[in-house]
Design a protein around this ligand. Structure first.
Ligand SMILES: [Zn+2]
Length: 86
């Protein structure tokens, strides 16, 4: 289970987001700005669907990630998994 981020870690991710923003394309820039909003709101680092803390490796790979892998898969798989919808 992932655990909550420390203030120091959030500061580091904020820095990573600002650095990434410099070279990011428009689609990613939106995600980065949203992530920075979540930092100021205090909800950064949590899945927007299930509210679980995101694994650190996921944030390191993509500091603007908004969902955990489980929810990401559900979102991606929605509508194309045979028999899943009723
Ligand atoms: Zn989730």
């Amino acid at each position: 289970m992932a655990h909550r981020l420390t203030t120091r870690e959030i500061e580091q991710f904020a820095e990573a987001l600002l650095n990434a923003r410099a070279g990011a394309d428009a689609a990613v820039t939106d995600d980065i700005l949203d992530a920075l909003d979540r930092i100021s709101e205090g909800t950064y680092g949590r899945c927007e669907l299930c509210r679980e803390w995101l694994p650190r490796e996921r944030l390191l790979a993509a500091p603007w990630a908004r969902r955990c892998l489980g929810c990401e898969r559900k979102a991606a798989g929605a509508g194309r998994t045979p028999g899943a919808a009723t």
